[in-house]
Design a protein. Sequence first.
Length: 218
Amino acid sequence: MRQVQIKNTTETYSVGKIVCLGQNYLDHIRELGSKVPDRAVIFCKPSSSLLPDGGVIEIPEYTKDCHHELELALLIGKTGKQIQEKNALSYLAGYGVALDLTLRDIQSEQKSSGLPWEIAKGFDTSCPISSFTPAENISTPNNLQLKLNVNGEVRQDGNTNQMIRSVETIVAEISNFYTLEPGDIILTGTPAGVSRIKSGDHLEGTIEQVGSLQVSVA
């Protein structure tokens, strides 16, 4: 089973499910030409998609358009179901830096056929992730600067205060559909600036107060 670590400790969590929230930043919705959804767009990645900091992304041969999406990751620390927003932050063990890699061409094909598009999101190495900063060290998760550089060029530059749904709302809403358990990870959506990555690229994502993540493309 894949594990993630709390930064500067020996504490680890075995990862269960990775629950992702799509279309949570208006500018990202607009850049894709999508409509603002009436309800949360939720999908899952398997734990086999995880790639640790310093790892190498392997883009599948069946795609020609793999995009980066920088995201704030939440690590669940205790079991919860139908969590109230006012209590949501108490269920978090840590915050991390993640990439939700997306095969945009495969996703578009699946959407146009009315089919689920998890195959565009859940391939091996599609979820690079950092170690997690303890939750108690982050006082304002809804006001953190996010930045992604590809080969030294800024591609994404946003702030979690641009999210349609706050961290508390995300945790509460997802817990209405899934029981959240220790080791579960939630990805909270990406700001504008997503674009294609290719072989040889080096990606560095940073989130204020949380940390950084560096990976390369095979």
